[in-house]
Design a protein around this ligand. Structure first.
Ligand code: UTP
Length: 408
């Protein structure tokens, strides 16, 4: 795209500000900016005009989980099935580490945060150690695919190299880079991050499998004959990865997907709940549920919509291949977005200043044929690090790690 075409294109979309510093740029900078303008998806801006949350839901019904009690009763069978699948090389894991962790406000990939007190213990290290408990027991490795973004790829890959993959074999680890999306201010104007580049950010965790396909890393999954992928977030330091019991339960029930869930503390807890929507699995947010749904009880007096997701899923690769080309909804999310202002100065906001566009993994759940909610004990498997202080912070996660016998 040349300058005139870009100018016309931007004028049609009310985005001329992107060329504000064009004349100051050298040839390479001009080309970079024009290339980015050409590839930006302007249709995303249309999403700012209507509120996605009013789109409405289908018929919602509770979906019962395999509970902690049931898991305990069947643990030997589940464990054996899960370990056998791992030993047969049928299980891979996908670490979602492409996010920017803006709420934590840490400069660098979230996984590189040191949460140790008397020793170093990086978040990535903690996750690898959790995985190694399983691979040691199985006597077989689980190939690990790590999703990064253009923003943190170099740093993340270098960190793993520098720390020798925390004892995990390098041959069992592969990185892939997710796609990016533009950001807009509250007036719907796309932001610049530099004079020669748009403010681009990772396009959410929903595109992870499409990105595995696009980057070619899926070839490794196929070559190895992996049938199941366990997807997990970078920030839950207590989670069990490639958990044999979870894998075993999913195999035992003959479903194509499983989701680790925790029982809600109270009807009003703000978590996404796994349920059925028009007969298919679906995750509804707290604010989408009516008071009646939130407080509904089953025959045993337990909350009917009781199970919140913790971003740890097991998907059959066959099912992922079936749904990979289905379009996921794009969510508009308010975030703190660094940008350059009209004077060309860098601004690093300390509160949200605009919108990013993200696809979310939770929307994938509605596409799969079925999904088994698998209950885990919250205090043993859920210690997310999202915020600087308070709820779901480094502090709260550390306390939970200690409670579970981890030396910090
Ligand atoms: P979060 O929803 O916590 O998003 O991600 P975030 O962007 O990391 O953090 P905030 O909201 O800005 O504070 C949940 C998981 O999904 C990954 C994250 O790395 C984390 O493991 N993720 C998120 C991606 O891999 N890519 C993305 O584009 C977004």
């Amino acid at each position: 795209m040349d300058y005139n075409a870009a100018k016309k294109y931007l004028e049609e979309n009310g985005q001329e500000q992107l060329l504000r510093f064009y004349d100051e740029l050298d040839e390479a900078g001009k080309k970079k900016l024009l290339d980015q303008i050409e590839s930006v998806d302007m249709s995303l801006l249309g999403l700012l005009e209507h509120n996605e949350e009013t789109a409405g839901r289908g018929k919602l019904e509770p979906l019962s989980a395999v509970t902690v009690k049931e898991i305990e009763l069947n643990s030997a069978r589940y464990r054996e099935k899960g370990l056998n699948a791992i030993k047969a090389g049928e299980v891979g894991a996908v670490l979602l580490a492409g996010g920017q962790g803006t709420r934590l406000g840490y400069d660098g990939p979230k996984g590189t945060v040191n949460i140790g007190e008397t020793r170093t213990l990086y978040i990535f290290e903690c996750l690898i150690k959790n995985l190694m408990k399983v691979t040691d027991e199985a006597g077989a490795y689980v190939p690990l695919y790590i999703m990064t973004s253009d923003k943190n790829h170099e740093e993340t890959a270098a960190f793993f190299r520098e720390h020798e993959y925390f004892g995990y074999p390098e041959s069992e680890v592969a990185f892939f880079i997710q796609d990016m999306a533009p950001s807009a201010d509250y007036n719907g104007k796309l932001l610049l991050e530099e004079k020669d580049s748009l403010s681009l950010s990772p396009n959410g965790n929903g595109g992870w499998y499409a990105s595995m396909a696009k980057t070619g890393v899926i070839g490794d999954v196929r070559k190895r004959g992996i049938k199941w992928l366990n997807i997990f977030a970078v920030d839950n330091v207590l989670q069990q990865i490639a958990d044999p019991l979870f894998i075993g339960a999913v195999l035992d029930k003959g479903v194509v997907c499983g989701a680790k869930v925790v029982r809600k503390n109270d009807p009003d807890e703000r978590v996404g709940v796994l349920c059925l929507e028009d007969g298919s699995p679906s995750i509804v947010e707290y604010y989408e549920m009516t008071e009646e749904m939130r407080t509904l009880r089953d025959a045993d007096g337990e909350l009917a919509y009781a199970f919140g997701v913790i971003l740890n899923y097991l998907f059959s690769v066959e099912e992922l291949d079936r749904i990979v080309n289905e379009k996921l909804m794009t969510h508009v999310v308010e975030k703190k977005i660094p940008y350059i202002n009209e004077a060309g100065e860098h601004v690093k906001p300390d509160k949200p200043n605009g919108y990013k566009f993200e696809m979310l993994i939770l929307d994938m759940i509605h596409l799969v044929k079925n999904c088994l909610p698998y209950e885990v004990v919250r205090n043993r498997e859920f210690a997310p690090i999202k915020n600087k202080t308070g709820v779901d912070s480094i502090e709260s996660a550390k306390a939970l790690l200690k409670e579970n016998g981890v030396t910090l």
